[in-house]
Structures are given as C-alpha cells and as structure tokens.
Design a protein around this ligand. Sequence first.
Ligand SMILES: [Zn+2]
Length: 384
Amino acid sequence: MDGDSTQSRMRGSAAGESPWSIRVGALAGIPIRIHLTFFLLLLWFGNVSRDQGQGFIGGVLFMLLLFGCVVLHELGHALAARRYGVATHEIVLYPFGGVARIDRMPSGRAELVIALAGPAVNLVLAGLLTTVILLWRSQAPESAKDIIGGAPIVWQLLWANLTLFAFNLIPAFPMDGGRVLRATLSIFLGEARATNIAAGVGQAIALAFAVLAFLPPPIKPVLLLIAFFVFVGAGQEAAFQRSRSAVRGLAARDAMITRFETLAPQDPLSRAVEHLLASNQQDFPVVDSWGRVVGVLHRSALLAALAADGKESAVLEVMDREPAIVPPDQPLERVLRQLQAQPMQPVLVVGDAGLEGVITVDNLAELLEIARTLGSTATVRIRS
Ligand SMILES: [Zn+2]
C-alpha cells in the first residue's frame, strides 16, 4: 500500500509542491497534501464496497481511515528525520500510498532509524487496535476473507496495519526494508558495497514477485506491478547512491567550471552568438559593471529571441533574471539534487568576490564518470 520512496522524496525535493495535489492540513508543521487521483480511488472503492453490500459511505470511510494510518506512517519517517536535523517538505497521498518528501536521506544509523520509524508506527497502531478489540470484546471474524470485507472496522484496520508493517519491511528498495538492509549492511561493509548488495537483493525479490504473479494462474496484476516498481526502484537507488558517494565531502567549488564567458546586460545578442559559436558553452552568466550577477542567458532563450527580434536586442531583455546561485562551499550533494530537479538550469557559484564558476549537468556528469572510473571510494577534484 505504501510506496514511500525516497527516490521521489530526494529527486526534485529542492523546493515547491507536488503538482495536481491539494493541501488538506498540516501535522507537526508538515503540510499534508492529497493528489487529485486519490479521489478516484475513493470513488472506486466506495463503488466496490456498495457492490459487496457494505455501502458506499462505509467503503469511503474505511479508505480514509486506512490512508490516515499511511499518513501516520509517513509522519513517523518525518519526525525521525527531524531528530537528525532533516526537514520534510510535505507528505503527499497518492492512490498507491504515501510519500514523505524529506530534504535528504542521511546514511548509516540515521537512515536505519528513519526507515524503521514508519513501520514502527503501524506496529503501534496495531497494538492500539488490539487493545480496542480486547476492551470491546469484539468477535473475531470467522475467516480471513471476512477480515477484508464485512468484519467490524477495527478488525479491518488491524489487518491493514499488520499488512503495512510486513509489506514495508520486505528488504527491497524502494520499500523501507530495503533501506533497513542497506543501513545495517553499511555498518559492516561500507556504504558502496552495502548499496550494491541491497539493490541486488531488491531486484532478486522483484523477480521472485514476478514469477509468483504468473504462477499459479490466474495472473496477479497488482503483484506484477509491485515487482516492476521494486525492480526499477532498486536500480535507481543503486545509481543514485553511487552518485551520492562520489560527491560526498566535495563542495560546489570542486566541481565548477572556472573558464567561461560572461555577458553584460547591455550586450547585443550578436555577442552571445559569437560566444556560442566559438565554444561549447550553452548558458551565459550575465554580470553588470559592478560585478554583480544579474541573470543567465540560456541557449534556448537566445535562439528563440534571435528568431523573433533579430541580433540587436539586448541580453537584458531575454535573460532569465532568477538564476540558481550557490556559495562556493555549498555541499556538492545539494547541487547534484538541484541539477537533477532542474537539469536545464545551470548553477552559478557566487562568492564574496562575485561570480567564481558555473556548474552544469554535463560537467557534473563528467565528474561522476571520472569518480566511477577511479572507484567509488576515490574522491576527485576537477577544475577546467
Ligand atoms: Zn515507509
């Protein structure tokens, strides 16, 4: 149920809100949002419930309570992350589960605690529901089938929380269990090897799910879908972790290009064209006569303006006035995330003395490539 993937949390989590979602409130200062497709799930489940004789409202109510448990699960991750000084931008509910978009995933012990905190919440909820059942002396359903439909709602929720607990602890990325496995292994084997092993285990489990989905018939499409997500998620996580360990300990100044052309706001576009033809630089920082960075001229904007107005318009009229700016000592890991979220937007490195360098997706990719060639533990410093 809960596909809480740090993949989606870490990617594009620099700022902003998830599109196609509405805010329904906040818990512990963290905005809770619902993706619009979630309402389709509510309608669908309400109808299924009515067809089974449980009533439309009953179905919707159960779904809302179930997703309440999912929100608390995500809140568990978020509050554990807060303990390690990591902020959570938002919790979003999708039809396939919840996602807590946390700012960054720390490694080692912190990752272990943050990953366990979600399933731990479901275990606590299961305990509370058991207490309610015992106090009320609620009759146990006669068969497992009754638990899913037709049993008192406390039994259904108890079953749901136990399922959420067990399912999320399957040791396969992007599920919490994958993180628990990686964090535990990394204590003994180091992060790079731990990630490779955990990703391998995740993909093996995905293949096992896929086989189970086909055998015995009928084909189980939900299991097949889970197998697919786990397989892709494990591969992405491995690749992402490799990039992350390659840039660990490095700062923006270690990866920036220091030889590049700049433009003045009053320059005609023809000047930008000269630079564009003379080098392979794609984006040009715009610096005024006081040495202040006032914008960046993108290749695409330049070409569009040339087609519309010709070569003599000023750079000022075409440039992007809100360039991405970081200080030279900004951890490279953050720059990496920023560039993954907005690959077309180069990051300008600005220190006390003004513009010092530029980081683009291409030159960061090159740095990662070099790191991979040298081995994942080697740190590289390139300057061009
Ligand atoms: Zn989780």
